[in-house]
Design a binder for this molecule. Structure first.
Ligand code: F6P
Length: 506
């Protein structure tokens, strides 16, 4: 469904272009449709997109409240209307700011940096006097995915003297196995939870404390815990030492929080210099997003071309395929960032929308995907839109750059298809894709990339008229999980299926 208040010319052009193949449309365009900034080149050419369509899309953005909304976000207005909160994840990577919140952000950043240096210097001692050399992040969702992405992306930079782990889901055997593999007397557990109430995280934390009390120290287990949360009193109540408490704020959403002390395990493992370069990359993208004209603005263009594919060409599945090992975890991160932000059907006025918003998003490393689900993308009737992320390897020739060459081959194959000798061997092609080429995979570049997608999500939320920063949809499942615990199968209102399934557990 198209966006009602947008130009009807877009609908007409979509109807026309749907009848044509991408490769034909490409012939009509004078050359490629690409945009470059900050070492990122985005090639939009393999979409059913003409300059005329792009200009109309940009007109919609110009006529929308986007310019004002960008300024409102960066200036700390409470744009998260349903929760009456500002949205200031950009402040976490700013070098300076006039905003009142900035001093608290800077103090927290400095406290995390000092703590990181202390751990890396072997000066944080456990209850038995031994130095901490193992860090475990206990968190889930935005309190897990960002740190995990960073740790895996730059694992080679983690000194051999440190080991790091992430505990997110609740599986007693898995947690016990991890704890049994560690020397708890030299392990620090970071209880990472913005709300400090997430029951998966609390469950894992309580299991760890039991083990620490048994195996290290009944009285001084807190020497092995740090906390990252909004509520300092809750951390104190839990028993976390003041010097091990790291504050975050309600003006930073969980899926936008890796830049804060939520990223503490990565700041320790990779070192402050690397983590600060990550922040600096995001700050560069923030500047670009605020300053660049929409026609040269990477987040705006990425948002508009995807809206064209979703709302005008009807692609309701978005597949993300990074072709660089450092980005193996990026699809998981992007799923939460995009689907928890824009997986909504009600606008800021509380009205149900008549058009689609965020599509289903999945993906994995591109080469692995080619040996997993790309068959469906090439030959099924599903209408997928894909984004490829590639990083050319300058140390080898194009012919020897397997990842880069495969990435280009896939996007081309998805566009051209084949007239196979039989129907079984025919690939219809005409699948649209956008290719992002990163000049190198560095901490700065990862910061730019994550900020690029954060701002793309924000642009789409503004153009769709939805709030990207609340997530009421996740509450119902938690509420029912609690009621099942309390009333179990006795609940008269319980459906027969759930009741029978509960009984299977007895
Ligand atoms: O999935 C819901 C959610 O609230 C996410 O937004 C958040 O990142 C995750 O749960 C964990 O929340 P917390 O950091 O408060 O434990």
């Amino acid at each position: 469904m198209t966006i009602p208040h947008w130009s009807s010319s877009l609908s007409k052009l979509a109807a026309e272009l749907t009848q044509r193949r991408i490769s034909d449309v490409m012939q009509e365009n004078a050359g490629t449709i690409t945009q470059q900034a900050l070492g990122i080149t985005i090639d939009f050419t393999k979409n059913k997109l003409t300059q005329n369509v792009l200009e109309l899309l940009l007109e919609q953005a110009q006529q929308s409240t986007l310019k004002h909304s960008i300024a409102a976000m960066f200036s700390g207005e409470k744009i998260n209307q349903t929760e009456q909160r500002a949205v200031l994840h950009t402040l976490l990577r700013a070098q300076q700011s006039p905003l009142a919140e900035f001093s608290a952000v800077q103090s927290a950043r400095e406290k995390a940096a000092q703590f990181s240096d202390k751990v890396r210097a072997g000066k944080l001692l456990g209850a038995t006097g031994k130095p901490i050399n193992t860090i475990v992040n206990i968190g889930i969702g935005g309190s897990d995915l960002g740190p995990k992405l960073l740790l895996e992306a730059f694992a080679a930079e983690i000194p051999s003297t440190l080991s790091v782990h992430c505990l997110s889901d609740v599986d007693y055997a898995h947690a016990q196995a991890l704890l049994a593999s560690l020397d708890l007397s030299q392990t620090l557990f970071i209880l990472c939870s913005k709300s400090f109430t997430t029951w998966e995280t609390q469950t894992n934390a309580k299991l760890v404390i039991e083990q620490l009390k048994q195996k290290v120290s009944e009285a001084q287990w807190a020497k092995h815990f740090a906390g990252v949360a909004v509520d300092q009193a809750a951390m104190t109540q839990f028993g976390i030492l003041p010097e091990h408490q790291f504050c975050i704020w309600d003006f930073v959403g969980g899926r936008y929080s890796v830049w804060s002390a939520v990223g503490l395990i990565a700041r320790i493992a990779l070192g402050n210099a690397t983590f600060e370069r990550f922040l600096a990359g995001a700050a560069e993208m923030d500047e670009h997003f605020q300053q660049a004209d929409f026609a040269e603005n990477l987040p705006v263009l990425l948002a508009l071309v995807q809206i064209w594919n979703i709302n005008y060409l009807g692609h309701d599945v978005f597949i993300t395929l990074p072709y660089h090992h450092s980005l193996a975890r990026f699809p998981d991160y992007q799923q939460q960032l995009e689907m928890e932000s824009n997986g909504k059907a009600v606008n800021q006025a509380g009205e149900f929308l008549s058009f689609a918003t965020c599509p289903y998003i999945f993906g994995q490393l591109g080469l692995n995907a080619q040996h997993a689900f790309m068959q469906l993308v090439h030959q099924s009737q599903h209408k997928s839109y894909l984004e490829f992320i590639a990083v050319p390897d300058p140390s080898v020739s194009f012919a020897d750059d397997v990842a880069y060459r495969s990435c280009l081959a896939q996007s081309r194959a998805l566009m051209t298809g084949t007239d196979g000798v039989s129907n079984e061997k025919t690939c219809p092609g005409d699948r649209p894709s956008t290719t992002l080429v990163l000049e190198a995979m560095t901490p700065q570049m990862l910061g730019k990339l994550l900020a690029l997608y954060e701002h793309k999500v924000f642009v789409q939320s503004v153009l769709w008229g939805i709030n990207a920063f609340d997530q009421f949809g996740v509450e119902l499942g938690k509420k029912i999980a609690t009621s099942l615990t309390e009333s179990g199968a006795d609940d008269a209102d319980l459906d027969v299926s759930t009741r029978a399934l509960i009984d299977m557990h007895q």
